[in-house]
Unconditional design. Structure first.
Length: 62
């Protein structure tokens, strides 16, 4: 099994998604760990599902 491309890393105030291949942060800062989003990014990577999850996590920040 290969190494996962995306992983959540704890940062002050919450979590950020780290792209292991690009070696940079991906997406926004999240207060809660985005488990569903990570599962989708590392799995099927359906763009519609990723967009829906991003919108959901953005609304949780407000």
């Amino acid at each position: 099994m290969s190494r996962r491309r995306f992983a959540a890393r704890g940062v002050p105030g919450g979590y950020r998604v780290w792209d292991n291949h690009g070696r940079r942060w991906w997406g926004d800062h999240y207060e809660l760990c985005p488990d569903d989003l990570l599962t989708e990014l590392n799995g099927a990577a359906d763009p519609a599902r990723i967009t829906a999850l991003l919108k959901r996590y953005r609304t949780l920040k407000r």
